[in-house]
Ligand binder design. Structure first.
Ligand code: NAD
Length: 292
């Protein structure tokens, strides 16, 4: 069984995952570009490494939780250039990334005896901290079997979707729906309020009926109606997901007129919400619970 696990990227998701791995008995080494993240990791008992290559060299399995596919690719290239892939490794990329990049990295690493799985997740920072994420896996069964002990510590649901890239395709479809549901749920609540039905009352009906979704059941009650707007997912990362889903649609010759409109409404110009703000703030603006 894999004993030493590395985590690269200790943000809202990566830090929770590193803690879950530690709680499950793994020795954990980690790296993040941000000194504050490294300080928090040390406090938690995680072995802070000075470079990503150091994490790769010290670990049998490496979990990546990085903002963009370009960060994932650069991290692997840095590790290869530094000669960090000495013993066999399995890379578990939990970032929401691009299928083409995952396929390229999986092919390159498998040629030299290492595994690469696209393993994007759902469940937010709360799921990461409690080891109850859902993971959507793309890659070969032999590597999935090798990653299973680590995945068991991170997730309550692991779905092997298909070959390399399939996990990222599933994640982008899921998050395009989240982006759409956010706006349609907000509009529904705006209609309820405008017609004299309080948003709370409308939500409790919707959640017992067919209009419900994770947005109506979890996001709006917890992070919009409470006024907290602290889901831990930034508007910038949601915009990345919408952009990648539409790029995938174009590459696949798939028409997505509703999603094209949703992408425009999500833009910073249209919503007034900056990339580093919580994505749930768009629910407030769209629902009209606060006029801008
Ligand atoms: P975040 O912005 O909170 O954290 C990203 C971390 O990566 C930061 O600490 C940053 O310093 C670090 N980083 C950036 N580039 C780096 C590099 N080259 N090397 C090392 N560290 C680097 O982001 P997050 O919310 O934790 O999301 C991470 C990934 O998980 C993203 O791909 C996101 O789309 C995905 N995701 C996020 C959520 C969520 O609810 N936050 C849910 C599912 C999936």
């Amino acid at each position: 069984m894999t004993q030493s696990v590395g985590v690269i990227g200790l943000g809202a998701m990566g830090m929770g995952m590193a803690r879950s791995l530690l709680a499950n008995g793994f020795s954990v080494a980690a790296f993040d570009l941000a000194p504050q993240a490294m300080a928090r990791a040390k406090e938690a008992g995680i072995a802070a490494q000075e470079t990503p290559a150091g994490v790769i060299e010290a670990s049998d399995a490496i979990v990546l939780s990085l903002p963009l596919a370009s960060h994932v690719e650069a991290t692997i290239e840095v590790g290869l250039a530094a000669g960090a892939f000495k013993s066999p490794k399995i890379i578990i990329d939990t970032s929401t990334s691009e299928a083409a990049v995952s396929r390229r990295l999986a092919a390159k690493l498998s040629e030299i005896g290492h595994g690469f799985l696209d393993a994007p997740v759902s469940g937010g920072p709360q799921g990461a901290a409690s080891g109850s994420l859902s993971v959507m896996l793309g890659g070969d069964a032999q590597w999935v079997a090798q990653a299973n002990p680590v995945l068991d510590a991170l997730a309550s649901k692991v779905i092997h979707v298909g070959p390399s890239g399939a996990g990222n395709i599933a994640k982008l479809v899921n998050n395009m729906l989240v982006a759409c549901h956010m706006l349609t749920t907000a509009e529904g609540l705006r209609l309820a309020e405008a017609s004299g039905l309080p948003a709370e009352d409308a939500l409790s009906v919707i959640n017992s009926a067919t209009g419900r979704s994770a947005l109506s059941e979890i996001h709006f009650p917890n992070w919009v109606l409470t006024g907290s707007f602290d889901s831990g997912f930034s508007a910038g990362l949601m915009r990345k997901d919408v952009r990648l889903a539409l790029e995938l649609a174009r590459d696949s010759d798939c028409s997505m007129p509703v999603s094209e409109l949703v992408a425009k409404l999500w833009s910073e110009e249209s919503s007034g919400i900056a990339d580093d703000q919580d994505f749930m703030l768009l629910g407030r603006v769209a629902a009209g619970t606060e006029e801008k």
